[in-house]
Write a protein that binds this ligand. Structure first.
Ligand SMILES: Cc1ncc(COP(=O)(O)O)c(C=O)c1O
Length: 416
């Protein structure tokens, strides 16, 4: 299924050889990340913007690798403002999310936020007061929770259903009127982030078409529609953790090119995916500590676990596992070919993959879990059981094509 880049395998081996104890770590392939985002950008019709939702992975080397290729970053907290500012100079950023603190709004404006996506009537009033105090006129997008047709709902809906996100479409006229009354706010358009994990490109196309059909109606709510030009259509493109076929981004982009060319009233369209940008560059490394049998099943107990890589448990899936036999491995467990890969936690929920086909597995071997670059370490409960945090290693390639020189950053310190 997934090919393991040679450089990642080599780094995994080096880490294991250098460590006193068996290892767990995240390894990120930054050249692959750059290639992927360049490819994403190259597929988009001209004028359509690509922002990166840094909640997927906001480590400094990831943001630095992406910065030259994305049009901006999407952030959702005061902490993420600091990530963007410490790690990426002066790049554009926009601010969404429910429950924004006054101090976050103020910090965002002090740090030159491009647009704030307002999510409630109260937030609009608060933002106007803060902007007034700061002597600023702040561009905003109103985040909508639209009344989506039922066939467009997904399993992780953030819109088209009762959710704390955005402003209910029925309140949109009031929200637009309120923004227009606020002397210190400027309405620039609308924002909709409806879902995560969309694997079906046809459904995503339907969703975007639905937004674009709605756009003239939304825009017409504004008394001064001149400035209302931006539609941020969010992220949500899924990553297929179980099969090789991935979300068909080129098909989505081809459809958009046709649709936008035919639509003279189309908005300036912007996307802000997280998962689909950074997932593919990351690998979670675990080393086998023990092999056991229990009630007819084989268990590979590994260094690390779901406290470091919660994604498989959070998604309730069996993550793919790549096997890298270690040079100094013990003899393989005879006969057993399927192993349930677990970590070091004292809970039966600490499972990364059930019944994974791992013939020849031995204590000391290395396992690499791919697709770990988004919502991996940063959504994990790393302090549970007081295990040390894993190293995060960022592999980068020097300019020369022939000599590979690897630089590493331990991200825990990169932004501090
Ligand atoms: C407002 C907003 N934009 C973008 C994203 C990124 O979503 P994804 O990683 O599914 O592309 C999220 C994720 O929750 C979000 O809340």
């Amino acid at each position: 299924m997934t090919n393991l880049p040679q450089a990642v395998a080599a780094k995994a081996r080096t880490l294991a050889a250098a460590a006193g104890d068996p290892v767990s770590a995240f390894i990120y392939d930054l050249p692959a990340l750059r290639r992927h985002v360049q490819w994403m950008k190259s597929c988009l019709p001209s004028g359509v913007e690509l922002y990166y939702a840094i909640k997927a992975n906001s480590e400094a080397p990831i943001l630095q690798a992406l910065e030259p290729f994305v049009d901006g970053f999407e952030i959702s907290s005061g902490g993420e403002i600091a990530r963007v500012r410490q790690c990426s100079g002066t790049h554009n950023f926009v601010f969404s999310g429910p429950g924004k603190l006054n101090s976050d709004l103020e910090q965002a404006m002090l740090n030159g936020v491009e647009m704030i996506h307002v999510e409630s009537l109260d937030e609009i009033r608060r933002l106007d007061k803060i902007a007034a105090r700061m002597g600023r006129r702040q561009p905003v997008l109103v985040r909508i929770n639209p009344s989506l047709p039922p066939q467009l709902a997904t399993k992780l809906s953030m819109a088209g259903a009762p959710t704390p996100f955005g402003i209910d479409e029925s309140e949109l006229p009031a929200a637009v009127a309120l923004v227009e009354q606020c002397v210190h706010l400027e309405l620039h358009g609308f924002h909709v982030h409806a879902m995560s994990h969309q694997l079906d490109v046809a459904r995503h196309i339907q969703l975007l078409d639905w937004y674009l059909d709605k756009w003239p109606q939304w825009k017409a709510l504004a008394r001064n529609g001149e400035r209302v030009r931006c539609l941020n259509a969010g992220g949500g493109m899924g990553v297929n953790y179980l099969q090789p076929a991935q979300f068909d981004w080129p098909q989505l982009c081809r459809h958009l090119a046709q649709r936008l060319a035919a639509d003279t009233h189309a908005p300036r369209l912007r996307f802000e995916p997280g998962r689909f940008v950074s997932a593919f560059c990351g690998y979670y490394l675990m080393q086998v500590l023990d092999l056991k049998h229990s009630h007819g099943k084989g268990f590979a107990v590994c260094r690390g676990g779901t406290h470091q890589f919660r994604l498989p448990a959070a998604q309730a899936h069996d993550h793919p596992v790549l096997h890298l036999p270690a040079a100094t491995s013990a003899a393989a467990a005879a006969g057993e070919t399927e192993w349930t890969v677990v970590g070091q936690l004292c809970t039966p929920k600490d499972v990364l993959a059930r019944d994974a086909a791992l013939p020849g597995l031995a204590i000391g071997d290395l396992l690499l879990l791919p697709l770990a670059g988004a919502y991996g370490f940063n959504i994990s409960h790393a302090d549970f059981l007081c295990h040390p945090r894993p190293d995060q290693v960022f592999l980068d390639q020097a300019e020369s094509e022939t000599t590979l020189q690897w630089s590493e950053t331990h991200a825990a310190h990169a932004c501090s």
